[in-house]
Design a binder for this molecule. Structure first.
Ligand code: AMP
Length: 186
């Protein structure tokens, strides 16, 4: 399976992504997590991403796109993957399709974890991630509403979208994702 999981900051993308990857046996590719690790370990990618991640702004498309291209070429990604937090803009969604065309692959579904703004804000405030501070949280929410929501208009007409109500307990959201993907729901 080749999947992308999308949603606002605090929607629970990471949690759902890990559950799904364990269940389906596919690699979890989280751009945010990889950027944060890169910053912590002072890698070249981390240094490029740091000024944006720390402020809660989107890393420029060329950096994110180049990273995904390299990552999807690695051997563990040959049979499937779950992208968490990528694509983040309609441009990235289009670029992902170009890249997959080149690789002779296709995205199966884009999973949208739907959570309303008030709840996203509450959850973001309640966690303690290295890039969570009130200014960064506000900017991430703004980036989400301005740049990420338009991705819905990209995937909807292509029949790729699986929308799930994310304002429920983790296990229930997971069950909905599994049944929406039409894979083993036991
Ligand atoms: P996340 O862990 O998905 O909330 O991402 C944390 C941060 O990483 C975001 O606030 C952005 O700065 C950056 N980021 C993650 N994914 C992307 C992406 N696809 N495009 C641009 N920036 C990203």
């Amino acid at each position: 399976m080749r999947l992308a999981i999308l949603g606002g900051p605090g929607a629970g993308k990471g949690t759902q992504a890990q559950l799904l990857c364990d269940r389906l046996g596919i690699p979890w590719i989280s751009t945010g997590e990889i950027f944060r690790q890169g910053i912590k370990n002072n890698t070249e990618l981390g240094r490029k991403a740091a000024p944006y991640v720390e402020k809660g702004e989107l890393v420029p498309d060329p950096i994110a796109i180049e990273f995904i291209r390299d990552r999807l070429l690695q051997s563990d990604a040959a049979k499937g993957w779950l992208l968490d937090g990528y694509p983040r803009t309609a441009f990235q969604a289009e670029e992902l399709d170009f890249l997959l065309d080149d690789l002779g692959q296709q995205l199966d579904r884009a999973i949208w974890i739907d959570v309303d703004k008030k709840e996203l804000k509450r959850r973001s405030m309640a966690r303690a991630r290295s890039d969570d501070n009130p200014d960064a949280i506000a900017r991430r929410l703004e980036a989400f509403y301005q740049r990420t929501i338009p991705i819905l208009d990209y995937y909807e007409p292509r029949n790729k979208l699986l929308k799930v109500d994310g304002d429920r307990p983790i296990e229930e959201v997971h069950r909905d994702v599994i049944s929406g993907l039409d894979c083993d729901a036991s």
